[in-house]
Design a protein around this ligand. Structure first.
Ligand code: 13P
Ligand code: SF4
Length: 310
């Protein structure tokens, strides 16, 4: 079967099963093409809240599907590949953060959305990379504990000096490994290019940027910019999508190694198999199942994120 034929089968099954496909923009082009909703974590959270289809099939990582389930608890939510996890989301747990809170109880706990539902139950508000700064600035409390990403936290801290922000030592292995030298080498190779970077990169890398923002923020900036060349400091798929959508401009990934293997694990056959299982014709689907108590407790900080970030 060709890619186009498989995509057509998926589109048929999607309609037959009344399923909406949500794909994070780190997914491959052929997946983005058959999705009903694409975007960064913030946009997909807002989209998940308003979906009318009976089923949601999420192409992304586990915490994103979990968030969709919390926002649409009456729907069946599936993760297209059950092994797609985010290593950062596993770095801290509820027990550890409860102990940190007990030692320093005056702080509002701000959790990057890349956390488990169980950890969210002990946090006050979630943020995504596109909403973090706006939400931290909007909080009444000046004392903040920001978890788990210390690079995103450092970016917020520098741009919000009026708040006392405590950070812990977590982060994204994919973004954190980009070095200052790799950026300088890419700039030397493409001297006319603007450098656009995700705030999960190290501070000395974001310090070299012409623009710092979420995946959607980077894409919007590049599309609107009059510049013709860009070095992209986030997952390589963003440079690929931009090259496809803006053929008159040039996009260079900052290094070829900036690949999130968890995001890339999902394939069209995974989507096809999930939809087959949803239709009852075989295949295998991984449904996100959460008890009501967990949903109620974890959802509070996601609702607060949407209220403050909208
Ligand atoms: P966005 O908030 O830009 O979607 O980022 C999600 C993510 O996992 C980045 O690594
Ligand atoms: Fe997690 Fe980093 Fe992959 Fe994003 S890029 S899903 S933060 S490991």
């Amino acid at each position: 079967m060709t890619v186009r034929e498989l995509q057509d089968e998926i589109l048929k099954l999607k309609k037959e099963t009344n399923t909406a496909i949500l794909a994070h923009c780190y997914q491959a082009r052929e997946i983005v093409e058959i999705a009903d909703f694409t975007g960064d974590s913030y946009k997909l959270s807002v989209d998940a809240k308003g979906i009318s289809a009976e089923n949601i099939l999420f192409c992304g990582v586990h915490f994103m599907a979990e968030t969709a389930k919390m926002l649409s608890p009456q729907k069946h939510v599936y993760l297209a590949n059950k092994n797609a996890g985010c290593p950062m989301a596993e770095q801290m747990d509820a027990e550890m953060i409860s102990a940190v809170k007990a030692a320093d109880p005056e702080r509002t706990v701000v959790a990057y959305i890349n956390t488990t539902a169980s950890l969210k139950t002990v946090c006050d508000v979630c943020v995504t990379s596109s909403s973090a700064l706006k939400i931290v600035k909007a909080l009444d409390n000046d004392k903040i504990l920001f978890i788990p990403d210390c690079n995103l936290g450092d970016y917020v801290k520098k741009n919000c000096p009026e708040k006392d922000i405590k950070l812990l030592n977590g982060g994204c292995p994919t973004h954190a490994k980009v070095t200052e030298k790799e950026v300088l080498d890419a700039k030397a190779e493409h001297p006319e290019a603007l450098f656009l970077v995700h705030p999960e990169c190290q501070p000395k890398v974001t310090a070299l940027a012409d623009y710092v923002g979420s995946t959607t923020g980077i894409m919007d900036f590049a599309k609107k910019s009059d510049a013709k060349e860009f070095i992209i400091g986030t997952e390589t798929s963003i440079a690929e999508h931009l090259q496809y959508e803006c053929p008159d401009k040039k996009f260079y990934p900052v290094t070829k190694d900036i690949v999130c293997h968890n995001m890339k694990i999902t394939t069209l056959p995974d989507i096809y198999n999930s939809l087959l299982a949803i239709s009852g014709k075989g295949g295998e689907a991984f449904e996100i199942l959460m008890d009501d108590d967990l949903i109620t407790k974890a959802r509070r900080c996601i609702d607060e994120m949407i209220r403050l970030g909208g």
